[in-house]
Design a protein around this ligand. Structure first.
Ligand code: FAD
Length: 497
């Protein structure tokens, strides 16, 4: 690894924050497209994996298929929906095969990032989470792969009477390794992908599990297999081809489903409800418990592989209560309807705390950066903030699809900067953009999960033209990113001193 050390501080061409799937993706692309660049990943946790390392609750799995959640460059060989352990194993293979270990420093929590225009570099400060030792690095470019939520704790709302409950209240992000569920009644508050995973995973191993939801979510039951992949494998087609073909097929199917969700929402809604109804007992109250108030795809569509969530309900091991919680009691929950939910353990699958750029304090030439006052360049860089990019993936499609696109874009940008002989790049609104209407990072009528609604005021703004938009549209960005004109005046390049 090529690095410089000045006054005891190591300098890298690129520093990547986070060794989750986005950070590994960034490192791989840098290594292959920019072999002359020195780079290092700084990761607060003790190992790689990010989301898939932090979450250890029973049944933890993807809700995307791994053909698209996996990298563009590494074939997926398993069933489409994968456990956290399988995803970690896959990421571990990429690290191993590309000798990325030597490019990662674990237990390095970064807290401060200072840009100096004079030196054209960031200075990052933080500490080791194991020893408390202070750490300092410098870099020419900061590639933020910190994900979107705080890993140290999840989001748990306050309910009246919480202190009265005698059992443990557990957030899935902090699942105790020694939690014994045998013979216990468990209430899981929430109806998103986490609850949908957790409920079937524990249904057989506790006395009873009740999913307590304020309002229903769309679920998409489907077999955890892929017919095209199975057929190609039977024909002995190489794994790399299977990956590529199945990925393309899934992407096309998703594109069609997303388009249909907007053009014919009632049709999609009807079909999703029909699939769920078929898996529930006759006379089940689908209208109350499984009919969402929003139209499909306004929130992430939770896949239910092999319909396992509904099996527990059919078998009487799991049930659903829909409504508002009035209070916790010593023995469970009281709903505003008066219904009592008996529980020995309460799990709050209530979501995340959004963390904008890894809870790092950023300064540019000693001035604090407020990202909410910036406008995003193509959803990956920020006006007025030099040499910094972040990876914020897709909600409707797999996150990693965008990580791949951003990686390819940034490697092209670095090469362009070399060709121009410049050291810094800063997005800046052109004169023609100055009267542009600005909007939220994600429009509420487009996609509106709670963690985004709660924290939208902290996020950068978007404009109304492609250069300043964060479209959340894989198909659009797949065309736009590789062909984006880097000299259209949105990116201000500053020459080497
Ligand atoms: C339970 C769960 C299931 C999900 N399933 C899917 C799915 O099926 N499909 C999908 O597309 N998306 C899914 N998501 C969204 C998911 O988070 C992303 O898809 C993806 O894993 C994010 O990867 P990432 O590398 O960008 O971020 P993360 O996985 O969040 O990793 C970020 C890493 O950065 C580190 N970090 C952050 N700040 C700092 C700092 N200041 N200093 C040092 N290190 C720092 C963190 O410790 C972490 O390891 C899921 C999310 C959760 C919580």
């Amino acid at each position: 690894m090529r690095t410089n050390t000045e006054n005891g501080t190591q300098h890298f061409d690129v520093l990547i924050i986070g060794a989750g799937i986005s950070g590994i993706d960034a490192a791989y692309h840098l290594q292959h497209q920019r072999p002359e660049s020195s780079f290092l990943i700084l990761e607060a946790l003790e190992s790689f994996g990010g989301t898939w390392l932090t979450h250890t609750y029973p049944g933890i799995r993807s809700d995307s298929d791994l053909y698209t959640f996996g990298f563009e460059f590494k074939a997926w060989r398993g069933a489409p929906i994968a456990s956290a352990a399988e995803i970690l194993n896959y990421m571990g293979e990429v690290i191993e095969e590309n000798q990325l270990h030597e490019h990662i420093r674990y237990q390095h929590q970064i807290t401060d990032a200072d840009w100096s225009s004079e030196d054209a570099r960031w200075t990052l400060r933080g500490q080791r989470t194991d020893t408390g030792e202070a750490v300092v690095f410098t870099t020419s470019f900061l590639w933020m792969c910190q994900g979107y939520y705080r890993h140290s704790s999840g989001y748990t709302p306050e309910w009246p009477g919480m202190e009265n409950f005698v059992g443990p209240v557990i957030h899935p992000q902090r699942w105790p390794a020694d939690l014994d569920l045998a013979g216990k009644k468990v209430a899981v508050i929430g109806s998103g992908a986490t609850a949908a995973t957790l409920v079937p995973a524990i249904a057989g191993s506790c006395a009873h599990v009740t999913m307590v939801q304020r309002s229903p979510t769309y679920f998409y039951p489907s077999p955890n297999s892929n017919e095209v992949a199975d057929m190609l494998r039977e024909l002995d087609i190489p794994d790399e081809w299977v990956h590529e073909i199945v990925r393309k097929k899934i992407l096309l199917d998703q594109k069609n489903l997303t388009a249909l969700s907007f053009s014919e929402p009632e049709l999609v809604r009807g079909e999703l409800l029909r699939m769920v109804t078929e898996l529930l007992p006759e006379d089940y109250d689908v209208a109350t418990h499984f009919t969402p108030r929003y139209m499909p795809w306004r929130q992430r569509l939770a896949k239910v592989p092999d319909g396992d969530l509904f099996r527990g309900i059919r078998d009487g091991q799991a049930s659903v209560v829909t409504g508002d919680i009035q209070s916790f009691t010593s023995a469970g929950l009281t709903m505003t309807s008066g219904e009592q939910v008996a529980a020995d353990i309460i799990v709050t699958a209530t979501g995340f705390d959004l963390s904008v750029l890894g809870d790092i304090t950023f300064r540019v030439d000693e001035v604090l950066v407020d990202f909410a006052e910036t406008v995003t360049y193509r959803g990956m860089m920020f006006t007025g903030v030099p040499n910094l990019a972040w990876v914020f993936g897709y909600f409707r499609a797999s996150w990693t699809l965008r990580a791949d696109l951003v990686s390819n874009f940034l490697c092209r940008l670095f090469t362009h900067m070399d060709e121009l002989g410049v050291r810094s790049v800063t997005p800046q609104l052109r004169s023609c953009d100055e009267d542009m209407e600005l909007s939220d990072w994600v429009k509420g009528d487009d996609f509106n999960p709670g963690y985004l609604r709660r924290s939208m005021h902290l996020m950068p703004k978007c404009g109304d033209v492609a250069e300043w938009r964060h479209s959340q549209d894989y198909w659009e960005e797949r065309e736009l990113f590789p062909s984006a004109n880097l000299d259209d005046g949105c990116l201000i390049f500053t020459p080497t001193n």
